[in-house]
Design a protein around this ligand. Structure first.
Ligand SMILES: Nc1ncnc2c1ncn2[C@@H]1O[C@H](COP(=O)(O)OP(=O)(O)O)[C@@H](O)[C@H]1O
Ligand SMILES: O=C(O)[C@@H](CO)OP(=O)(O)O
Ligand SMILES: [Mg+2]
Length: 415
């Protein structure tokens, strides 16, 4: 593999390791005086790591606790904590079982108790108890429609939180009279706390009119009874919660820039809120790469173009892939023939779409290699089949679950 591809993968690996939540969780706990009676609830793709870190410093104060994470994301026992794995990005029976266990632990607490709530992305699907009148089938049906619709995560969660008994601040109410200390790993652009994991312990800024507008905008099919549930109002203020964001995509982009510089590339962070259609992002970033190569603008070579965010994909085909894989594949067309350029795009949680890849990587030869294999990039994209296209030319990036979840990181190197 070229040293340019190696450098891109090095920057990604180094950056993800630097934003693992362990130290951030410990720092956040150490600077507070926590009472002796803690109930720990950890949810999301980084839940196991965050819980492990917390247990290492306040394990003696934890009287009960539960960890709810994605399948294959837990790494063994953590004291007496109950560890559950469940469905993501679609909730399943294990989600309900694990979440009901969490609710049992936080009911009948006293004002002296603190719920240490460790939140990371993935929590919307992983921590779920349906509202009265909503079934698990309703939730899975609506989630699947939303995930394919091209809606962004704020829109998706505006709907999900209203069908849930534990989102949109409702979990914090269920913890009363105990206090809640929420430590949050942000994987929503702009760090919107009422969208991260659908904001179980944060006042909800959305309205039911927003929800109705989203349902109409994406043509989401709902049983009429569910429309009534959407109208149940969510708490707009909470008096028993303290929240701190302990990691986000900005930090991972800053570390990527530092690492790129160490490797001899002049870095530039273009944005940390990239949120357009994945293939448009790929095409646009490829255009910047061409500008660097042909006119040394906006940077001279050797340079590193860094982007953070969460693009969207309107899934119309029946192929296999993810937004990062689509971004890399779309870029491949536009950088064809350029020497010494590479673009790599990954989900920092290690999973991109319903695949075992974290993302994709492309360089000036990728398009040619695909042609030689008889693979047409446009039709692969039309069928949302980026996984198989990239796999055919050894251009998938596979990290396995990383233990963190702070959106997507895109690195383009020009030498
Ligand atoms: N075949 C596909 N090609 C491209 N993107 C897809 C495909 N199937 C699903 N997706 C996208 O993958 C998203 C879920 O991917 P995932 O990495 O689990 O997101 P997150 O990490 O934010 O939870 C869905 O919102 C959908 O847009
Ligand atoms: O759980 C969620 O609602 C989202 C955002 O936090 O995370 P993910 O996109 O990883 O499912
Ligand atoms: Mg996400």
């Amino acid at each position: 593999m070229s040293d340019l591809r190696n450098d891109a993968l090095d920057i990604i690996d180094y950056s993800i390791k630097a934003v693992l939540p362990d130290n951030a969780v410990k720092e956040a706990i150490k600077k507070r005086k926590l009472p002796d009676k803690i109930v720990l609830v950890a949810i999301g793709k980084a839940a196991w790591r965050m819980a492990k870190a917390a247990h290492e410093i306040v394990g003696d104060k934890i009287k009960s606790g539960v960890v709810i994470t994605k399948y294959h994301h837990s790494q063994g026992k953590i004291g007496d904590l109950k560890i559950f794995e469940a469905g993501h990005p679609v909730p399943d029976e294990n989600t309900i079982k694990a979440s009901s266990e969490a609710l049992k632990m936080v009911s009948n607490l006293s004002p002296e108790d603190t719920v240490l709530f460790l939140v990371s992305g993935g929590g919307s699907a992983l921590f779920e108890v349906p509202q009265e009148g909503v079934t698990l089938e309703d939730l899975t049906g609506v989630t699947n429609q939303l995930l394919r619709s091209g809606a962004d995560i704020v829109e998706i969660n505006t709907i999900r939180k209203r069908l849930s008994a534990v989102k949109g601040g409702r979990f914090a109410l269920l913890c009363k009279p105990a206090k809640v200390l929420a430590l949050v790993l942000s994987d929503v652009l702009g760090d919107r706390l009422d969208s991260i994991a659908s904001g179980p312990a944060y006042p909800d800024s959305t309205t039911w009119e927003d929800a109705i507008r989203i349902i109409q905008k994406y043509g989401i099919q709902l049983r009429p009874e569910l429309l009534k549930v959407l109208k149940n109002e969510t708490p707009k203020s909470l008096d028993n919660v303290e929240t701190e964001i302990i990691g986000s995509v900005s930090r991972v982009c800053e570390v990527a820039a530092e690492r790129a510089k160490m490797l001899g590339y002049e870095p530039m962070i273009f944005t940390t809120t990239l949120d357009c259609e994945a293939r448009e992002a790929g095409s646009f970033i490829a255009a910047i790469i061409r500008e660097v190569v042909t006119s040394s603008r906006p940077l001279k070579k050797p340079c590193a173009l860094i982007f953070g965010g969460e693009t969207v994909v309107h899934v119309r085909g029946n192929g296999k892939g993810g937004r990062n894989q689509e971004l890399a594949l779309a870029a491949a067309t536009k950088i064809e023939g350029l020497r010494e350029v590479v673009i790599a795009s990954v989900g920092t949680d290690g999973t991109d779409g319903p695949t075992d890849a974290a993302g994709g990587i492309a360089d000036g030869n990728t398009a040619q290699k695909l042609k030689k294999k008889g693979i047409n990039i446009e039709s692969a994209l039309a069928n949302n089949d980026s996984y198989h296209a990239l796999d055919a030319v050894g251009s998938l990036i596979k990290t396995g679950p990383t233990g963190t979840n702070v959106n997507d990181l895109i690195i383009a190197l020009c030498k």
